[in-house]
Design a protein. Structure first.
Length: 383
């Protein structure tokens, strides 16, 4: 053995077969000379009763001193129980974020999530996560990478936060599957953007305009009667869009909807006379179990957004979303003096804080009552 220097490396010539020159200064550090004349630096060590070798880099890319420094660092890791050769092999075969996303969709989402959640996860994966970081190795992703990705979506804070949530779940599962060390989720401490909860409720005048637009579309045949019925049911029941779109005749039991599945699980929806009247006017289609019949045989309506945009334009309510119809149902209940627990039951909320967002609306009927009382007193006081 002799100290590996540049002069020694330059003078080493190719032979009939590969051979090694070992360094006298750092035990386990050496030079491999290939029969082709190529030269590379390596380390050799024992692990688990086996001799292992790991290439550090090619001569010319690294100087002997640079290679020796790297060898010393790697051999210190070996002395502490590490196995850099195996770590390098695992890294070389490590999956990318693209592959992790597909395993996530197949092994977790497909079995653990509702259809609507599956669709949302797939949208986030395909439109945002894969294009941005899909080619990265799982081990290479760090918190700055996630922060940069999150910031790239700052113009759509709600979407940025949803994508961050999907990534966090993704990396939690990567730890569970042994693809990253425990506690290494890079999404931790990446602060979500503040989301402004939008509250939009239709006034009586706006409800009248919407009702007229629905009737016009129905009478003139510009809108499907099933779409019109769906929108009326959304207003009259406070149901979520998916609950009405996928409603089956079998779910209607007397004056109740017995939904086997919803965002919060199985759910009972109580129907008033107006909602029952809408249902009674819907034509059933043979061999189709759905109430809101779509264009495809045996299927329900899948696109409510296009007709909704036409209808709300006709009603001059272009800032109103379909989900605002649910808010309108809730606000109507509050204005009529219903308690928050009762409203939560009507809407199928499982948590009190979800219904609490409507609490401030209770001020309106109280204010109106105060106005009536003070007005009556003022009439006598100032007569």
């Amino acid at each position: 053995m002799t100290k590996i220097t540049k002069r020694l490396v330059d003078s080493a010539t190719a032979q009939d077969k590969d051979y090694f020159i070992w360094d006298s200064e750092v035990a386990g550090f050496g030079l491999r000379v290939f029969r082709t004349g190529r030269k590379s630096y390596l380390i050799q060590y024992r692990n688990g009763g086996r001799t292992r070798r790991m290439t550090i880099g090619a001569h010319g890319v690294l100087t002997p001193d640079e290679a020796r420094k790297e060898a010393r660092s790697l051999l210190v890791d070996v002395a502490k129980g590490g196995n850099p050769s195996e770590q390098k092999r695992l890294y070389r075969h490590a999956p990318t974020i693209d592959a992790l996303c597909e395993r996530f969709m197949k092994d977790h989402v497909a079995h653990a999530c509702k259809a609507s959640t599956q669709k949302e996860y797939r949208r986030n994966v395909d439109l945002f996560i894969k294009p941005a970081i899909g080619k990265f190795k799982i081990q290479d992703i760090s918190r700055p990478d996630i922060s940069k990705f999150h910031q790239s979506l700052k113009d759509t804070p709600y979407q940025a936060n949803r994508a961050l949530g999907v990534l966090s779940k993704l990396f939690n599962l990567a730890e569970e599957w042994g693809l990253r060390p425990d506690g290494s989720n890079p999404c931790r401490h990446v602060k979500k953007y503040k989301e402004e909860k939008r509250e939009r409720y239709l006034s009586n005048d706006e409800l009248t305009r919407l009702g007229q637009a629905l009737t016009k579309g129905e009478q003139e045949g510009t809108e499907s009667p099933y779409v019109v019925a769906a929108l009326r049911l959304l207003i009259l029941t406070g149901c979520r869009l998916g609950e009405i779109q996928t409603l089956k005749w079998d779910y209607i039991q007397g004056n109740q909807l017995m939904l086997p599945d919803s965002k919060t699980g199985a759910k009972k929806v109580y129907l008033g006379e107006a909602a029952l009247a809408v249902l009674s006017n819907i034509d059933r289609v043979d061999e189709n179990p759905y109430v809101i019949v779509g264009n495809k045989e045996g299927q329900h309506v899948t696109d409510m957004q296009k007709p909704w945009r036409r209808i709300r334009k006709e009603a001059k309510l272009e800032d109103v979303r379909i989900h605002d119809l649910r808010h309108t149902f809730a606000s109507g209940a509050v204005s009529m003096g219903e308690s928050l627990p009762m409203i939560g039951k009507l809407l199928g909320h499982t948590q009190v804080q979800t219904t609490a967002r409507y609490a401030h609306l209770a001020d309106d009927p109280v204010h109106n009552a105060a106005e009536r009382v003070s007005g009556a007193i003022a009439a006598a006081l100032f007569s």
